[in-house]
Design a binder for this molecule. Sequence first.
Ligand code: NAP
Length: 503
Amino acid sequence: MNNGKICISVCAETADEMIAKIRRAELLADMIEVRFDCLPLAQAAFLLAQIADSAFTKPLIATLRASEQGGKNLASLDERAAFWQAKKSDRFSAVDVEEDAFDAAVDWSNRILSFHVFEKSSLNLSDIYKRLCSRNDLIKLAAYAEDITDSIPVWKLIEKALWQDKEIIPIAMGDAGKWTRILGLAHGAYMTYASLDDGEETADGQITASDLIDVYRVRELDKNTELYGVIGDPVSSSLSPYMQNPAFAATGVNAVFIPLLVKDLDEFIRRMVTPATREVELNFGGFSVTMPLKQAIIKHLDEIDPVAERIGAVNTVKISGGKLIGYNTDAHGFITPLKTQFGELKNARVAVIGAGGAARACVYALAQAGADVTVFVRDLQKAEVFKNEFQVKLKQLPTDNSQLQTDLDIVVNATPLGMKGAFENDSPLTAEQLKGVKFVYDLVVRRDDTPLLREAENAGASTLGGLEMLIAQGIKQFAIWTGREAPEELMRESLKARIDKRQ
Ligand code: NAP
């Protein structure tokens, strides 16, 4: 348990809607930030009066953010100053004001002096911090991070502030800064900001209060908490936090699993992981590795498991005694539910569509099981390396409606076709093309059937989606990291609940 606070930032276009959101935020937050800049200025004054006449169970913070600092309306400095100078309300425990309007809010108690940096600029955060420190108030410093290592300077302000016995709210904005919002309280940040719901973020990278509390357990984390996370780009829609965090909680392991947006892997390893060169102490226990880093991570490993080496892709790293050890749990994750649902794979005729990272694990596992595998790709030349590495039959994916092969037992989709987003309505094959196929396995994870699985059902084939693979590979990751048996049913239920919520 740490002493940090969770502040839900609420934004609404009318005063009534704002009050309703404050009421909902009271159920979860330690403090509630009321963003007056979400309203037209006239409405802001009206809301101030309405709040003065109401009682609240949680402390409120008043904010009228300047537009150049991320505010939603275009109030000028004079207008903002006039707002703060008008009748102050005792209902607010604190106010959050930018440097330029700070003196105008002199009558308000507990001022938070805030500063936001949006561009990766030459602005030196240490200098800004020093300047802000010259006033004896709580400081909030937020800087946008494009890549995870951009957030290091913000993070290091916590140490500096603790050393100077000052309170600070340091935030790295954007997906690459999410880790600072999750870990800040454990390391001494005064507060972290949260959104009320998905889609209600008042700043880029904000996480919902319910996820901060129930999934990441930010109030319970401390400096000894082991840090795990998924590294890659993108990672913000990764489902793994919703499977690994409940497993840590249920087994009493002091660990947290978070999304870590890594664009430059070399810099991440050098500045945040390697004991001799790292600039931050985060107590990493390991990573899950996703696109596009599954092969790039290999050169950073101290040891690699023989299976991962043969596959040529690592999706799991365990850090032990400062050493990075790489594994591949995708192959196990892929084959386990297939064996359960299809049965014996020896001599089964299998078509794998795609020759990317997932296909590597599939082809390896199928070959180990004695299956007869053919890989179908859209670009034969590009897949030549894959063919040579795996000694596998390679064929052109038909662009017309013709069958892949007449005698197929199993078809596996290892392409992104069918994934939520740009390809969600696309199927690599039609029912016509799947005629005679016994079993279709789509690695894409969705709550509902993917277009390919619908085509497969129309063709009379049995089907399997990607969820069971995700669970099986995650269960093995958990065992590698903790040495414990994973709570499988809990992980499955937590994942399903998240997928249901997201649909
Ligand atoms: P990847 O490394 O990017 O490989 C994607 C493969 O799909 C490449 O061979 C690519 O061909 C091919 N492809 C892309 N668009 C295509 C199209 N329109 N038509 C035909 N082929 C196309 O991705 P990955 O990591 O292997 O992931 C592949 C799929 O598996 C994704 O849907 C991912 O979510 C899923 N997956 C699921 C799990 C799980 O646990 N369920 C685990 C891992 C992966 P080019 O090289 O020509 O672009």
